[in-house]
Write a protein that binds this ligand. Structure first.
Ligand code: CA
Length: 231
């Protein structure tokens, strides 16, 4: 079945051009011109991929992305005229999968769309083999289906990568995860991974989950090897 792509773009020329090109490649397309239209269409049609303009008339693309991420792991490619590192970091933090700076070549865009759809398929297949029930380590409860986490019964808001990291750790309580394995499982080639990224995410997780982040009782460092979670 043809992949369905939601194009969120208020500039008519760009939106129509994208829709035309993508349809020629065999994709089904829907265009939304505002953030509100985008979220309505997203809920109704459940697209396989979203092309999301950063600057919309009623809201910004980051807010739209964040809202979509609450309920969905669909690939989101952000389109932006800005090309600062800051925007990239913010976009990836709110859960965008990739970034394309305007003006972009249509071949580059098609290649990124294909790659994002392929990664999503692989990821969904892998998820299918994982337990779908809640995962528990002591007072930490993670639900892989709703992508929610509770500590002591209280909901904790995690960034997408923090959630992925906790999910990997909590799937096998007590098991030591090597640093290189965690990097490979959680970050893709499209992510901007800098040295120390893993440790920063571990620190953020501890701040949200541990009673005393300076003396963690759950997420433990195994010096020279990696990390593990214990109940
Ligand atoms: Ca725009």
């Amino acid at each position: 079945m043809a992949s369905r792509i939601l194009i969120v773009e208020d500039e008519k020329g760009i939106a129509d051009g994208l829709a035309f090109t993508l349809r020629q490649e065999g994709y089904q397309t829907t265009i939304a011109r505002t953030g509100k239209e985008a979220l309505d269409s997203f809920a109704k049609r459940e697209p396989d991929l979203v092309l999301l303009d950063l600057m919309l008339p009623d809201t910004d693309g980051l807010a739209v992305c964040r809202t979509m991420r609450r309920t969905s792991t669909v690939p989101i490619l952000m389109l932006t005229a800005r090309d600062s590192e800051m925007d990239k970091v913010v976009g990836l933090e709110v859960g965008a999968d990739d970034y394309i700076t305007k003006p972009f070549g249509i071949q580059e865009l098609l290649a990124r769309v294909k790659a994002a759809l392929r990664r999503a398929r692989v990821r969904d297949q892998e998820r299918g083999e994982e337990p779908q029930g809640q995962l528990v380590a002591g007072e930490i409860v993670l639900d892989p289906v709703t992508r929610t986490v509770e500590v002591h019964g209280r909901p904790v808001e995690l960034r997408p990568k923090e959630f992925d990291l906790l999910r990997v750790l909590i799937t096998h309580p007590g098991r030591v995860h090597r640093r290189q394995d965690l990097y490979a499982e959680i970050w893709s080639e499209a992510d901007f991974v800098e040295r120390g990224t893993l440790d920063v995410h571990i620190r953020w997780l501890r701040e949200k989950i541990e009673e005393d982040p300076g003396h963690p009782r759950h997420i433990l460092t195994i010096r020279g090897v990696g990390y593990k979670i214990v109940p």
